[in-house]
Write a protein that binds this ligand. Structure first.
Ligand code: FMN
Length: 346
């Protein structure tokens, strides 16, 4: 199947089927934020601004990369990007592989008309960085006006996908070369199976500018691919991966400084607050955003405004007047997350 057909399948499946993790969770439910009964703050003046790659976000939120490459994808990208612009969020395009294969599809990724100032990430899968030169990738980013490149890692999806590419030899070296030559910040993200401290160390050694957990507990790409091919014998991998909360701890065990985006199963403003308290700078969401986008940009904006309100409430109840006051030493880690932390020496 073509790249564009596959991407459209993904949106249909995520919108119509239950493709969230089944038994696995993000483990954010194991994070307790300490209540402050005397916050001494005005809830309505809590500051949730943050800067990333030189651009100001009015909420520490990213609509994670999902789509592009098909005429139907264009309207989703426009709806999502417009809501990102209006809410002051960042916006990720889906894999731009389709436009590398067929330049005429580049219009389906062009959203600057509705998002002139938003922080926008281009997107490519790691297997493609050895197929295309840094200058091809740089022109791809220039063409859509992106500010940075997100490179996605998806060995789980490639393993379960009937036409998957499972030769990943030498890709870290290709990543290192790309980072050196590209001239754009490079973020590396997972797509629902999380990043461990060992992988984070390799990425940091490659010189990446940010890491996105893309952790387990939300959309399961193994599930999405299983819906594409009924009877797929790999169904036991539905819940595979490192839970998002654990992945934040893993990455922060390697670097306290690297900008960290927490994506994967984030479903409320309280989740956002917990992820930030664990060490994330920005938090991303994919599945629920594409579902909202089927109803249009206003619905996406509504979802983001709900998040903003609930993040503000969580911060108020913690006595945090700004994001930097949501900190790890004001959290309690329970049960499975505490056990993960202990066993991994984090
Ligand atoms: C319909 C759909 C398409 C996606 N396509 C891409 C993609 O092209 N590139 C990418 O890096 N991640 C892609 N993802 C992964 C998301 O960016 C995100 O990492 C993952 O879905 C976990 O977040 P969630 O639980 O909030 O959905 C896609 C996710 C969905 C739901």
């Amino acid at each position: 199947m073509s790249t564009t057909g596959r991407k459209l399948d993904h949106i249909k499946i995520v919108s119509n089927e239950k493709v969230e993790a089944k038994e696995k969770t993000t483990l954010l439910e194991e994070v307790e934020l300490i209540h402050n009964s005397l916050p001494g703050l005005d809830r309505d003046s809590i500051d949730v601004n943050i800067e990333l790659f030189g651009k100001k976000l009015k909420i520490p939120f990213l609509i994670s990369g999902m789509t592009g490459g098909h005429p139907d994808a264009e309207k989703f990208n426009l709806a999502l990007a417009e809501a990102a612009e209006q809410s002051g969020s960042a916006f990720g395009l889906g894999s731009q592989r389709a436009m590398l294969e067929d330049k005429s599809l580049s219009s389906t990724y062009k959203v600057r008309s509705v998002a002139p100032t938003a922080l926008i990430f281009g997107n490519i899968g790691i297997p493609q960085i050895s197929e295309y030169s840094p200058s091809d990738i740089s022109s791809m980013l220039d063409d859509v006006g992106a500010d940075a490149l997100a490179v996605h890692l998806n060995p789980l999806q490639e393993s379960v996908q009937p036409e998957g590419d499972v030769d990943m030899v030498g890709l870290a070296a290709s990543l290192k070369d790309l980072v050196k030559e590209l001239g754009f910040p490079v973020i590396v993200k997972e797509t629902g199976a999380g990043i461990s401290k060992d992988v984070a160390k390799i990425l940091i050694d490659c010189g990446v500018s940010a890491i996105d957990t893309g952790g387990a507990g939300g959309t399961s790409f193994a599930a999405v691919e299983l819906f594409r091919k009924e009877g797929n014998e790999l169904s036991e991998f539905w819940d595979w991966g490192i839970p998002t909360a654990a992945s934040i701890l893993e990455i922060r065990a390697v670097s306290k400084e690297i900008p960290l985006i927490a994506t994967g199963g984030i479903r409320s403003g309280l989740d956002v607050a917990k992820a930030i308290a664990l060490g994330a700078n920005v938090v991303g969401m994919a599945g629920p955003m594409i579902k909202a986008a089927t109803k249009g940009s206003a619905e996406v904006l509504l979802e983001i405004e709900k998040l903003r309100k609930s993040l503000g409430t969580a911060m108020f109840l913690c006595g945090a007047s700004k994001l930097s006051e949501l900190v790890r030493d004001k959290t309690i880690l329970n049960g499975a997350l505490r056990s993960w932390q202990d066993q991994r020496g984090l």
